[in-house]
Design a protein around this ligand. Structure first.
Ligand code: NAD
Ligand code: UGA
Length: 475
């Protein structure tokens, strides 16, 4: 049952136990000890892993997450597949389900697929009881709240005697993976969009338990929904901008890190998000840009759509550029060459591989006949197999075609290898004994450092060729 008292929230349900639902509710539970929080999911396997006694088996890896789960799980934080009861009992429901790019039908390849948002809302409409505040935490196209309201108002409760009302708010999530717990504990801002002042106040009361009030911004629904897409578009734009300049540096003798440093000291530009790489990955930048492009086209703004679409074009080009240059430097053939890949996640400190540049670059190298030895401290071989769509080989030496194997011992893998390609800047890779690794490679050997991991002293007095992203040489 739900409290009728204005503003008071005692029970929260979060639909979606993924990279957002899990960590965001863990921090909410840590900061709101008087509130019971239930995270629900349709995936039994995911829920089983959130409840696993072996804390190393959580479905999401984030620094400091396991500690919070150990402290709050089964106290005021619960994970279950019992969606019906959790919705019934909740005063407030966060929708944190996936909103991927549509693969088929109208808008395929651009628009957001709202199947999972809609199914969550239909469940809420069926089981909610009394007054329920519903919060869109998933990233959605602008105007989705209107669809949610229509779905709620046109569907009856399964209990015909129950009276219920809804308040629909938007409060998008801005956490970045790998730093999710820090971002949730100390966010730059919290955005709340809506027109129901009581609902907004209830949510504000929760956030004010650990976030200064001046960081809680209130807007109308559409500004809040659109701000999320625009924030990701601006961040992605900076990466494509610096990646484009990395290519120009390489042919002119300029150095991209010096450029980032010099432009970043201009307060108006700022120093963040100016690191070049093998292309941005992650589940959101590309999908949110595509969605923005779709919305612009939908509203007839073709030039605006084209402008934002170019950021994705540049990102795809950057990945391909790196695959091609690896092949070129290795005498235009990688066939049967042994190449060690360091890093498969799309950024460090996460086990997430969605849209990781490593997937595309590894596929390119395998299709050119390379034998890859892939290492990542958090990504499992099963995940890599799924991402590459190519089975792991038992023994790459026996294969007469491109293949891959997961490795744990980097030094052993480097022995007689032709190249090492660094794709994710895990801190662990900076600490490797690069001198002894490079000594045992087959000559002439190459290191391709797409994340500027190696320090100048790592490269001194070795007989290896280096390519570092955005590093031009005097020509
Ligand atoms: P995810 O795929 O990791 O998790 C979504 C979960 O929702 C899945 O476990 C899925 O089984 C579950 N689900 C789907 N429909 C359901 C239903 N009807 N009932 C119960 N469970 C259901 O996705 P994510 O990375 O957590 O992203 C969620 C949303 O948050 C997306 O809109 C994304 O754009 C946005 N977002 C993601 C991040 C991020 O860093 N991953 C950051 C900010 C915003
Ligand atoms: C990004 C945003 O930073 C979050 O604010 C947002 O909430 C989230 O998307 C989302 O909506 O999902 P995330 O994708 O987890 O977070 O990670 P980022 O740190 O933004 O990195 C994204 C990609 O850009 C990574 O592949 C990273 O390696 C790359 N990147 C980032 C660079 O190549 N250079 C940089 O300077 C920064």
């Amino acid at each position: 049952m739900v409290s009728k008292e204005k503003y008071v929230v005692k029970k929260i349900c979060c639909i979606g136990a993924g990279y957002v639902g899990g960590p965001s509710m863990a921090v909410m539970a840590e900061k709101c000890l008087d509130i019971n929080i239930t995270v629900v999911d349709i995936s039994e396997e995911r829920i089983k892993r959130w409840n696993d006694k072996n804390i190393d088996n959580l479905p999401v890896y984030e620094p400091e997450l396991a500690e919070i789960i150990l402290q709050r799980r089964n106290k005021n934080l619960f994970f279950t597949t019992n969606i019906k009861d959790s919705i019934k009992e909740a005063d407030m429901i966060f929708i944190s389900v996936n909103t991927p790019t549509k693969l088929e039908g109208f808008g395929a390849g651009f628009a957001s697929d709202l199947t999972w948002v809609e199914s969550s809302v239909r469940e809420i409409a069926k089981y909610a009881n009394g007054h329920t505040i519903i919060i869109e935490k998933s990233t959605v196209p602008v105007k989705t709240a209107k669809i949610i309201k229509t779905l709620l108002n046109s569907n009856k409760s399964e209990d015909s005697n129950c009276e219920r009302t809804f308040s629909v708010l938007s409060s998008p999530e801005f956490l970045a993976e790998g730093s999710a717990i820090k971002d949730l504990r100390f966010p730059d801002r919290i955005l709340i969009g809506g027109d129901d002042l009581d609902g907004i106040e209830s949510l504000k009361i929760l956030y004010k338990k650990w976030i200064p009030e001046e960081k809680i911004l209130v807007t109308n629904l559409w500004s809040s929904e659109l701000s999320k897409l625009v924030a990701n578009a601006f961040l992605a734009q900076r990466i494509s901008s610096i990646n484009s300049i990395s290519a120009l540096c390489e042919v002119t003798g300029a150095k991209v890190n010096e450029i980032s440093n010099s432009i970043g000291t201009d307060n108006r530009i700022g120093s963040k998000f100016l690191k070049p790489g093998p292309a941005f990955g992650g589940s959101c930048f590309q999908k949110d840009l595509l969605n923005l492009v779709y919305l612009c086209r939908y509203y007839g703004l073709e030039e605006v759509a084209n402008y934002w679409e170019n950021i994705i074009t540049l990102n795809n080009w950057q990945r391909k550029r790196i695959s091609k240059l690896i092949v070129e430097k290795l005498f235009n053939t990688v066939s049967l060459k042994k190449i060690v890949i360091l890093g498969f996640s799309y950024k460090p400190n996460t086990n997430d591989t969605r849209e990781s540049a490593a997937i595309y670059i590894c596929q390119d190298l395998i299709s050119n006949g390379a034998k890859l030895l892939i290492h990542d401290p958090q990504v499992s071989p099963i995940q890599i197999e799924e991402d590459l769509g190519i089975r792991q080989s038992n023994n790459i030496h026996d294969e007469r075609k491109g293949s891959w194997m997961f490795i744990e011992d980097i030094k052993n893998a480097a022995n007689q290898s032709d190249a090492i390609v660094i794709l994710t800047e895990w801190e662990f890779y900076r600490q490797l004994d690069w001198r002894s690794i490079t000594n045992i490679m087959r000559k002439p050997s190459w290191i391709f450092d797409s994340r500027s991991v190696l320090k100048p002293e790592d490269k001194k007095n070795t007989q290896v060729n280096y390519w570092e992203i955005g590093q031009g040489y005097d020509i």
